[in-house]
Design a protein around this ligand. Structure first.
Ligand SMILES: *Cc1c(COP(=O)(O)O)cnc(C)c1O
Length: 217
């Protein structure tokens, strides 16, 4: 697999779903990847990247930003409140807003910094105890709270349970987003991004299918 193959598969999936060409943003998930693989994607012109740890992102992206223009950095992993300021300074989009305390902290920091990244609320569609995300039953209330805090909420994000058909989770996420008037859907990874696009994904987060196995795998 390569960036080009994935881009082609995304274009086919958009077409197959009757969606406009270019309606899906490919976030190349670069966590735990050697710098030269990331650099190759940058040199090929790719600009959307995802990281799941603030510390790792802080170690590599300022340097890449010095050398390549127009990078959009997405933070996709669980975010501790004590890392929120650094996350807001580093990232253009945060996909993992998942609890009231974090939403309050982001709102306070947004006032202080005079800016805020685009935000997605992470929903724990599989209601897995070990996984981050607001429970589906609490999603509408939490989204309303984020709106009340004036946070720039763009959409919802989910990570389906590994052993279940992801389409059911993608459909649930799309339904919650639609009834709350949110247009962004961050869903789909290496193994299931085409199914996510069929169900309305606007952002797919693909790591290993582009870059190969990670150091953690
Ligand atoms: C690592 C990660 C991905 C990418 O996973 P792949 O299976 O390598 O495509 C997507 N989303 C999140 C939240 C991740 O942590």
């Amino acid at each position: 697999m390569s960036l080009e193959d994935i881009t082609t598969r995304i274009a086919k999936a958009e077409q197959g779903a009757g969606r406009a060409a270019g309606s899906v943003t490919l976030i190349a998930v670069s966590k735990m990847q050697p710098d030269e693989r990331v650099e190759a994607a940058l040199a090929a012109g790719h600009r959307h990247f995802g990281e799941n740890r603030v510390q790792e992102a802080a170690g590599k992206w300022p340097g890449f930003r010095d050398r390549f223009d127009g990078i959009t950095l997405h933070l996709i992993g669980p975010l501790q409140t004590n890392k929120a300021r650094e996350a807001m300074e580093l990232a253009d989009t945060i996909h993992s807003v998942d609890r009231p305390r974090l939403a309050n902290t982001l709102a306070r920091l947004a006032q202080e910094l005079g800016r805020c990244p685009d935000l997605f609320v992470q929903v724990n569609t599989g209601e897995e105890p070990q996984k981050a995300g607001i429970l589906p039953a609490d999603a509408d209330g939490f989204i309303a709270e984020c709106v009340r805090l004036d946070l720039p909420l763009r959409g919802l994000m989910c990570i389906p349970p590994v052993d279940e058909e992801p389409s059911l989770h993608f459909a649930l996420l799309a339904k919650i987003a639609a009834r709350n008037g949110l247009s962004g859907l961050s869903m789909g990874m290496s193994g299931d991004f085409e199914r996510a696009i069929a169900l309305g994904a606007t952002h797919v987060r693909v790591g290993s299918a582009i870059f190969g196995d990670r150091a953690d795998a």
